[in-house]
Design a binder for this molecule. Structure first.
Ligand code: OMD
Ligand code: FE2
Length: 419
């Protein structure tokens, strides 16, 4: 039977984001979303003919046979299937700032304590993709085990192109400047103080409504972020499921001559042309979705009598390995909070760690360094490299006789490990 021509469906226009975007709330939920009533097939995923003549397309974020509790996939109902593009070609000029296979050929190992000043926003026109560069990482996207930490500085919106990361999931932490992100599931507005997860394979565009933006990106290969178990904390606390927000269906239906899909594969970038927008998904359902989270919603737990707890207590999201309790990458934050304790050295203790720690500062000042670690800057303390408060901080703290203090800074750390 012949498929009927797609009816003309009009989206509400490219690039305009209303202030009151709607979201679906929840973490790991199976959502249903339709921009036009009746566009989501009922009772089956892939009918012979979908409502409005849309094309059904599945995106899988885990193997088909993953245990049900880990399985992630979504179904898109789109005006044109993604496959109708021209072939991929290496992007010219070739982009060598991204790494996803870490070996001696493209990286140097150095265990010393490293610290970076904030990088200036470039003068020349630079979008999110051109402004992305790898800082460190381990493992391999092809072997599906590893991670990369990137940073970006950008001053312009992506134009007539979308990005697709075939290597892994991006967790983006804007430090300066809002990001308006269009995805195949719909749109997200992300401000500094919020994070966004863009899972492997999703096409997305980053617009900069405020101009310049800078931030951090953690990429994980072969696993996805989960909420940490809460153990003895109980059933509540830390990041709550309902504070995670996924987009609602949004699409556009207009010609896009020369539109480019930029695909990252093995850390290399490839271009493919198509004459339509990838944001043509009228309805979708599933549990494989981009999502955002406002870090100010985090409910921190901490010491109330003695000693400094381990930083795992501040885990927002964890990307697990197959070993129980061992993460590939934990995303941990130190939000503004009260630090209380008796006869206790309250800043982070001196330590060496079998995980490596990459830190960024979103705003304010970091409690263990009197100076030198600035918002937008970064530090890396690799596996077993000693670190802890500087001398100035140590001296101020041991002279302090108060039982508590309020810290009003916000730093994010990625605690990393490849096992
Ligand atoms: O090094 C850091 O600042 C991160 C960190 C914080 C903390 O409170 C305890 C241990 C730790 O590694
Ligand atoms: Fe540390």
């Amino acid at each position: 039977m012949e498929k009927p021509a797609t009816e003309v469906i009009k989206g509400d226009g490219w690039g305009r984001f209303p202030d009151d975007l709607e979201y679906h709330s929840g973490f790991g939920n199976h959502f249903e979303s339709e921009a036009i009533a009746g566009s989501l097939p009922r009772g089956q995923n892939s009918p012979l003919i979908c409502p409005f003549g849309l094309y059904a397309e599945q995106i899988s974020g885990t193997s088909f046979t993953s245990p049900r509790k880990l399985s992630q996939r979504s179904w898109f109902y789109r005006i044109k299937p993604s496959v109708t593009h021209e072939p991929f070609w290496p992007r010219e000029p070739s982009h060598k700032k991204l790494v996803s296979e870490f070996d001696g050929s493209n990286t140097v190992a150095n265990p010393t304590q490293l610290r970076w000043k904030p990088v200036d926003i470039p003068d020349s026109p630079t979008d999110f993709i051109d402004g992305l560069y790898t800082i460190c990482g381990a493992g391999s996207s092809f072997l599906r085990h590893g991670f990369a930490i990137h940073m970006y500085t950008a001053n312009k919106s992506m134009d007539n192109c979308a990005f697709c990361n075939a290597d892994g999931d991006f967790l983006v932490v804007p430090q300066q400047g809002r990001l308006w992100i269009t995805t195949e599931c719909g749109r997200l507005q992300v401000s500094p103080g919020e994070i966004v997860v863009l899972p492997q394979g999703f096409r997305f565009v980053v617009d900069l409504p405020d101009g310049p933006s800078r931030g951090y990106v953690a990429e994980v290969f072969g696993t996805h972020f989960q909420l940490p178990d809460l153990g003895p904390i109980g059933a509540n606390g830390l990041a709550a499921s309902r504070d995670f927000l996924a987009p609602t269906a949004w699409f556009e239906d207009c010609p896009r001559p020369g539109f480019t899909i930029i695909q990252k594969f093995g850390g290399e970038l490839f271009n493919a042309r198509q004459d339509f927008s990838p944001f043509n998904v009228v309805a979708w359902h599933g549990n494989y979705v981009p999502y955002k989270y406002d870090l100010s919603k985090f409910c921190p737990y901490n010491t109330v009598l003695i000693d400094h707890g381990d930083p795992s207590i501040n885990t927002v999201l964890t990307a697990p390995t197959d070993k129980p309790g061992v993460a590939l990458l934990d995303f941990v934050i130190f939000p503004p909070r009260w630090l209380v304790a008796e006869h206790t050295f309250r800043p982070p203790y001196y330590h060496r760690n079998c995980m490596s720690e990459f830190m960024g500062l979103i705003y304010g000042g970091y409690e263990a360094k009197a100076d030198g670690f600035l918002p937008g800057g970064a530090s890396l303390h690799s596996c077993m490299t000693p670190h802890g408060p500087d001398t100035k901080t140590y001296e101020v703290i041991i002279l302090s006789t108060t039982l508590g203090s309020q810290v009003n800074f916000h730093y994010a750390i990625f605690v990393l490990r490849v096992v």
